[in-house]
Write a new protein. Structure first.
Length: 411
């Protein structure tokens, strides 16, 4: 009996199994599978499991089994800031629930498992990557076929406001952006597996999947996915060029280009951002009056609508469609700064460590670094890092944790 209890504890206490199950559940919510009641049950199981792992994580920190890195400190400060303002500025049940969700994301779904051996970390990375590649190979292939034949799945649902709504799917996905981003991320993960795989048969499957994902991305109509491709290209060029002057230009030009983009006329901006610019204008109006504290999650959507310069399409489902602006609106600039410092420190640490590698190690870790750049870049147009558990946030925090853990083990 004792042996079974130990095995059960080892299963429950290993966050990898939760992360894998949660990925499956989150992918179901953006596809045709979302309406199956089993996934709603699994989602609740995942939440309870995450709470248990949070308690275990606290014990591991207290007993010094789990080391605290600078990356963790940025996230802990983020949680402390957001809790402070939640308690003193906007103490509602919804805001407390969102804060607890952020705790689970940043302390359970993201974890630097420095106590795990490198082989175990690599094995977990492979399992996670192959699961995602196989799942998206099926969903993208079927979606691509549906797009080519011009067939749209339609389903009537009752939304969160209790109003009947017609969902028109893009392939098997709820919308074109979900399909485009899922395909783009799958392309990067599949490339990582291609360069690691030694089996010819599996490699052929992976190459086929890469082609499917690339075609699906271009036919999906989800333009946010293109940012993933640009990010991986940028990462490879930055890592492999030797000229520091060119590297400096690569960092400066994207920042400068942002200012030039917003100098374009309103019609061009609307074509590029498809209505997001109206949401951002409304958000900026709020930020001006609550720069340091934010206004809390429960107040965000109603206040955005009150400050709208035009109809805010998609704001009730997708939020502000820019995670950095969303964090500033919800919890203030200091909270945004902590998330930015985490992202930057992760990227800088990756560049520093990868610069010492060569051959296949350098190639595979550069692909992973590209993935960790691409998701924050996509979040310039989406809101999928905190406040919500989605397949995008799950992938980012899982790979960030394993990326840092693996680099740390390569002293």
């Amino acid at each position: 009996m004792k042996g079974y209890l130990i095995k059960f504890y080892n299963l429950i206490s290993n966050s990898f199994y939760l992360k894998l199950l949660y990925l499956f559940v989150s992918l179901s919510f953006v596809t045709i599978l979302f309406d199956f009641s089993i996934f709603k049950i699994l989602n609740k199981i995942c939440m309870v499991w995450a709470l248990i792992l949070f308690l275990i994580s606290l014990i591991e920190i207290i007993t010094k089994k789990r080391r605290i890195f600078i990356f963790n400190i940025f996230l802990y400060i983020f949680l402390a800031i957001t809790l402070f303002f939640t308690v003193y500025k906007y103490p509602t049940n919804e805001n407390y629930k969102v804060w607890i969700l952020n705790v689970l994301i940043l302390m359970v779904l993201f974890s630097i498992d420095n106590f795990k051996h490198e082989k175990i970390l690599l094995k977990e990375l492979d399992w996670y990557s192959y699961f995602y590649a196989i799942f998206t190979s099926i969903t993208s292939s079927i979606s691509l076929l549906l797009i080519i034949v011009g067939y749209q799945i339609q389903k009537t649902i009752i939304n969160a406001d209790g109003v009947e709504e017609l969902l028109v799917f893009t392939g098997l996905f709820k919308n074109e952006n979900a399909l485009g981003i899922a395909s783009a991320i799958s392309l990067i993960i599949t490339l990582y597996l291609v360069f690691k795989c030694k089996s010819i048969r599996i490699k052929l499957f992976l190459i086929f999947n890469s082609i499917i994902q690339l075609i699906t991305l271009f036919l999906s109509g989800g333009r946010s996915g293109y940012l993933v491709l640009l990010s991986i290209i940028f990462t490879f060029v930055f890592i492999y060029i030797k000229n520091n002057f060119l590297k400096g230009l690569m960092l400066i030009i994207p920042i400068i280009s942002i200012f030039f983009i917003f100098k374009l006329d309103a019609k061009t901006l609307h074509y590029i951002f498809t209505g997001r610019e109206y949401i951002w204008i409304a958000a900026i109006r709020i930020i001006k009056f609550a720069f340091f504290s934010g206004i809390g999650t429960s107040n965000t959507i109603p206040t955005l609508i009150q400050n709208q310069p035009a109809d805010l399409i998609g704001v009730t489902k997708g939020g502000i469609h820019n995670i950095y602006m969303e964090i500033t609106t919800v919890n203030g600039f200091l909270a945004t700064l902590m998330i930015l410092l985490f992202i930057l420190s992760c990227l800088i640490y990756g560049v520093y460590k990868i610069s010492k590698f060569s051959g296949s190690d350098k190639l595979s870790y550069t692909i992973l670094l590209g993935l960790l750049l691409s998701i924050p870049v996509v979040n310039l147009m989406e809101s999928n890092l905190v406040y919500i558990i989605s397949f995008i946030s799950l992938i980012y925090w899982f790979y960030a944790g394993h990326f840092i853990s693996l680099l740390y083990n390569k002293k």
